[in-house]
Design a protein around this ligand. Structure first.
Ligand code: XMP
Length: 509
């Protein structure tokens, strides 16, 4: 295990990714984790992230000072390096040699971190402060023109510092530095595999849950499905899965959940058919935020009613992922964003009265998919595109009615089927149809039509915060359009959305 102490860097999560790419398990933790807790976790090494603060400010975030002489290998990145040098009496100065962007690094010592590293290469700098003097405690391993102490090593302790960012792609050989630190300094074998994660997590869940019962909310999405599969593996007969059919689901979604969990995993699956309740609550409502609010509240109410029917339930399992933890500010006091607030619709509040279990908290999306396959979930579930909590309600612009939902569901299914058949589904991040509350004139046979418009939306993205529209092949788009117009009554025109995010969002409402 490698611990990453988070000082609020925008790149902290990226460091974690890079470490995992070396098949070494790591966890992002608060920067001020006390030494006792660190020792309990028995890490082979510690990475200190960068951060927006300046070590010379009085309230600047610090780690437990006892870490420096604990003997645990430490790699400080940017702010982390400045902290290490300052801890040993070195000087960190502001402003003088501010550096943002690419710089040329000259390696002076190719023994430890820079084994196999080019003598001259590009690195990415992003810092205001820098180390001007290491008080004779550190050796210089590499320099740039602006920054003579770009990489340092302590003379007695296994403590290293990098002023540049090895984790970003603009530092092309950064992975090599991390690999050298992990393998040669920390002695990590690089054999961390999903199988090991499953075994460790299953053992931990069994211990934590004992013989209590656990409720698992299923949404049909990847995260909740993998979370449920993991719990079923750990404490199968004690798990009750609840799936709320809001009537706002895509075609075949409820059947897929039933088939996967009831028929295949033999789980105690409670499907709550609540479509009519949701439709009634949405009657006459046109405002998107109002729709979200109504759906979110009703979802919680329906879920709570069903959960009450399950005797002796003590725990509630949720498929919270690593990026969710970061985005909701769980890891540190750093610059945690609240950008995704509205995306919690469809989530459950804490005051439901259960103890929360979040077994996927340390994983990234691609790792969750790997885990899902490892646990025997079908590819169809594991590779599903994300689907918003309020479901088709935010893709049926304006008032939601049963008729409109039926049209949208059918068009959406045709689009997704064509994407699957052509192999494009896996190459795109999210694809769906939107029913526009607009009518346009058309001609079919000898007659004039005056019907609604379907818009197709398909995007590529890594993190859903920014996205670009997918350049789908013209013949694929043509096939989808023809099929929709021929097969879906009420639609006479299909358009393709070519806006990127920002300024547009992925969803239309
Ligand atoms: P936007 O439309 O903001 O969407 O670009 C980014 C991602 O979030 C999903 N999304 C939601 N997910 N509840 C959710 O659970 C919501 O209310 C919600 N709104 C958007 C959207 O599908 C996309 O993946």
């Amino acid at each position: 295990l490698i611990l990453i102490l988070d000082f609020g860097s925008q790149f902290a999560q990226l460091i974690a990714r890079r470490v995992r790419e070396q098949n070494v398990f790591c966890q992002l933790v608060r920067h001020d984790l006390p030494l006792e807790r660190v020792l309990e976790l028995r890490p082979r090494g510690i990475i200190l992230s960068g951060g927006p603060a300046s070590v010379n400010e009085p309230g600047a975030p610090r780690c437990d000072p006892r870490l420096w002489e604990s003997g645990i290998p430490i790699l400080g990145i940017c702010y982390g390096m400045q902290l290490a040098v300052a801890a040993f009496g070195g000087q960190v100065v502001a402003g003088k040699s501010r550096e943002y962007g690419r710089a040329t690094l000259t390696v002076l010592d190719r023994n430890t971190l820079f084994q196999g590293y080019p003598l001259e290469s590009t690195v990415w700098m992003s810092h205001g402060d820098s180390v001007s003097d290491s008080a004779g405690e550190f050796e210089i391993l590499a320099s740039t023109e602006q920054c003579p102490l770009a990489a340092v090593k302590h003379r007695r302790w296994p403590i290293f510092g990098l002023q540049f960012h090895p984790e970003v792609s603009h530092t092309p050989h950064g992975g090599q530095i991390l690999a050298n630190f992990l393998r040669d300094v920390c002695g990590c074998s690089g054999r961390w595999k999903m199988q090991a994660f499953v075994e460790q997590t299953v053992a931990r869940l069994r211990e934590q849950i004992g013989d209590s019962r656990v409720i698992c909310g299923l949404s049909g999405g990847v995260d909740s499905s993998v979370c449920a599969a993991l719990l079923l593996k750990a404490v199968g007969p004690q798990v009750a899965c609840i799936y709320v059919d809001t009537g706002l689901m895509r075609e075949g979604e409820t059947e897929l959940v039933r088939h996967t969990f009831r028929d295949w995993f033999r789980a105690d699956l409670h499907v709550v058919e609540a479509g009519q309740r949701f439709l009634a609550a949405l009657k006459g409502v046109e405002d998107p935020q109002e729709k979200r609010r109504i759906i979110g509240n009703l979802f919680i109410e329906v879920f709570r009613q069903e959960a009450r029917q399950i005797p002796n339930a003590r725990f509630l399992a949720q498929g919270t992922l690593y990026p969710d933890v970061i985005e909701s500010g769980g890891s540190a006091d750093g610059p945690a964003a609240t950008i995704k607030l509205h995306h919690n619709v469809g989530g459950l509040p804490q005051e439901l009265g259960f103890e929360l279990i979040e077994p996927l908290r340390d994983l990234f999306k691609d790792e969750v998919r790997k885990l899902g396959l490892e646990l025997g979930l079908p590819e169809e579930v594991v590779w599903r595109h994300p689907f918003p909590g309020p479901g088709l309600a935010v893709r049926c612009l304006g008032e939601v009615t049963e008729e409109k939902l039926a049209i949208l569901r059918k068009a959406d299914a045709i689009f997704l089927e064509e994407l699957h058949k052509s192999g494009w589904y896996r190459r795109t991040s999210q694809a769906f149809a939107v029913l526009l509350p607009v009518r346009s004139v058309g001609v079919m046979g000898d007659g004039r039509t005056y019907e609604n418009v379907i818009c197709l939306r398909c995007v590529q993205t890594d993190d859903f915060m920014t996205a670009d529209w997918s350049r789908l092949p013209e013949d694929l788009l043509a096939r989808v359009a023809t099929n929709i117009i021929n097969k879906v009554k009420g639609i006479n025109r299909v358009v393709y959305d070519i806006s990127s995010k920002p300024p547009a969002t992925i969803e239309w409402e």
